[in-house]
Design a protein around this ligand. Structure first.
Ligand code: UDX
Ligand code: UDX
Length: 460
């Protein structure tokens, strides 16, 4: 099928490439001419594992093309996907200006029977509004507007596209439902993926509610981590224990500095704002948004309180909102670094992929080429992003370079015992000071096998 993609960002570029891998012929458009030229020159503007190689493959096979011309992109396309930016408005609701602008850009070029598919995350009711916007100039045209939300996680976006938990098709007419089912037919056949066929309003709400719920799990485990610290419990074991309940599941129960990225912060605000607009407020999500902001401030205060004398040098390892991406949008690490700089501390920072994006936001920080250079003469080290590079740090070498001894591991990536053996004063998140006891969930019996050497006397 000939598919047009409007927007060559994290979602548009990844989705275009994966659709081309399925055998479709995809034309990808962006209003940013420089972005298109960079991509056509093989300089991919985002870091996504495996994406650059995949783009090269599907361009060579003739399945993926790029264009800055809407007319050539949309001409003869059966499906036109919109994956343009949907930032927050001041009241938290989604700003669909870019989506409306993209719809008006393609309207003159739509052929009869065209299906405009909103891939961007939008508030419930947007598909109907976009249909009205296109009808303003093409009222007599036979066209459809559908919703096909994406559930891609940055850092694993291609795998998430090719092996999704489900595909959600929001269609208000048979034709658009058939076109979307045809688009995903190779994937359904290849990987036996469940398809949910529903109306556009349901599809739009599924996306927002899914992200809100996932973010709620994170906010919950971060608050439980605070309780573990005060009660002398270990969040890793508590999370393992609750996650073994299949109704809860073990994913999204890792505590950290709060959720960031271009989706959870924006989508939780939009979900809450949309709900208020529809007179069905969501107090749990409203509270979550406030807690997530407080989480970043709470952890920044921990550093400031320990860094003590002003102008102390602090090392921050990690700027991206999570590992395996260069994206720093609403990254907790960025907020924390800004707080430390505002408190008069000197910050030396490192990130294996996000340095370029972070440096633009935080020029006052010193950006090092390696974590050890960032740690040199630092009073303390903070691990803010769970890059694998930091899991394998040479801790004795790190300790020998620091002026202080404290390590705040905001992602629990280090082994507390190894850190303490290296002479570091290790502080994780939600962890008792002593090295964590390790429980092993034994296969088969369904109950964890306690390590008798650490079980309390008389427990077993
Ligand atoms: C975007 C939305 O932000 C997200 O909510 C949705 O789920 C998927 O699409 P993302 O791909 O991360 O996510 O956005 P971004 O990286 O900002 O890329 C958007 C692209 O659209 C940019 O390259 C921008 O130049 C382009 N764009 C924007 C257009 O091509 N036309 C427009 O009218 C506006
Ligand atoms: C998210 C959704 O997972 C995805 O389905 C949707 O399409 C887009 O938004 P993404 O924002 O790329 O994807 O990242 P995700 O892996 O969900 O992490 C979001 C934030 O939560 C990150 O800051 C991450 O560090 C944090 N997080 C995640 C935790 O703090 N703990 C966890 O256990 C999981």
């Amino acid at each position: 099928m000939h598919i047009a993609m409007i927007g060559a960002g994290y979602v548009g570029l990844t989705t275009s490439t994966c659709l081309a891998k399925l055998g479709h012929v995809v034309w990808c458009h962006d209003i940013d001419l420089e972005r298109i030229e960079r991509i056509e020159a093989g300089d991919i503007p985002i870091f996504e594992p495996g994406l650059a190689e995949a783009i090269m493959d599907v361009r060579e096979s003739g399945n993926l093309h790029f264009s800055a011309s809407a007319a050539s992109t949309v001409a003869d396309a059966t499906a036109i996907m919109l994956a343009v930016g949907t930032p927050s408005r001041p009241d938290g609701d989604i700003d669909i200006t870019q989506v409306e602008s993209a719809a008006r850009l393609i309207a003159p070029h739509l052929a009869s029977g065209a299906v405009v598919i909103i891939k961007s995350t939008v508030s419930v009711g947007t598909s109907r509004r976009i249909r009205e916007a296109i009808a303003e100039t093409r009222g007599s045209l036979d066209f459809s507007v559908a919703s096909n939300p994406e559930f891609l996680r940055e850092g694993s976006a291609m795998a998430d596209f090719l092996y999704p938990d489900r595909i959600v098709i929001g269609a208000d007419d048979r034709h658009s439902a058939q076109v979307l089912q045809a688009i995903y037919a190779p994937l359904v056949k290849q990987n036996d993926v469940p398809i949910l066929l529903t109306g556009t309003a349901n599809a739009e709400l599924i996306k927002h509610a899914a992200n809100a719920f996932l973010a709620l799990k994170i906010g919950f485990i971060n608050d439980v981590a605070n309780l573990c610290e005060e009660a002398g419990a270990d969040i890793l074991e508590v999370a393992q224990g609750i996650g073994l309940d299949h109704r809860i599941g073990s994913n999204f129960l890792m505590p950290g500095p709060g959720y960031g990225g271009s989706c959870f912060p924006k989508d939780t605000r939009a979900f809450a704002a949309t709900a208020r607009r529809h007179n069905a407020p969501q107090p749990l999500i409203e509270a979550l948004i406030a807690r997530n902001d407080e989480r970043k401030a709470q952890l920044a205060r921990r550093v400031i309180n320990v860094a003590g004398k002003r102008s102390a040098r602090v090392c921050i390892l990690g700027a991206a909102f999570k590992k395996n991406t260069d994206d720093v949008r609403e990254s907790p690490a960025i907020t924390i670094i800004a707080e430390l700089l505002n408190a008069g501390l000197k910050v030396a920072a490192h990130d294996p992929q996000a340095r370029r994006n972070a440096e633009r936001l935080l020029p006052a920080a010193c950006w090092a080429d390696c974590p050890y250079e960032a740690a040199r003469e630092s009073e303390l080290v903070v691990i803010a992003t769970e890059w694998d590079d930091y899991r394998e740090l040479d801790l004795p070498r790190l300790a020998s370079l620091m002026s202080g001894r404290r390590v705040f591991d905001f992602r629990n990536v280090l082994d507390p015992a190894a850190a303490q053996a290296a002479g570091l004063d290790y502080w994780g998140i939600g962890r008792a000071k002593a090295p964590a006891r390790r429980l092993r969930a034994s296969a088969g019996t369904g109950s964890p096998a306690f390590d008798r050497s650490v079980a309390a006397p008389g427990l077993l």
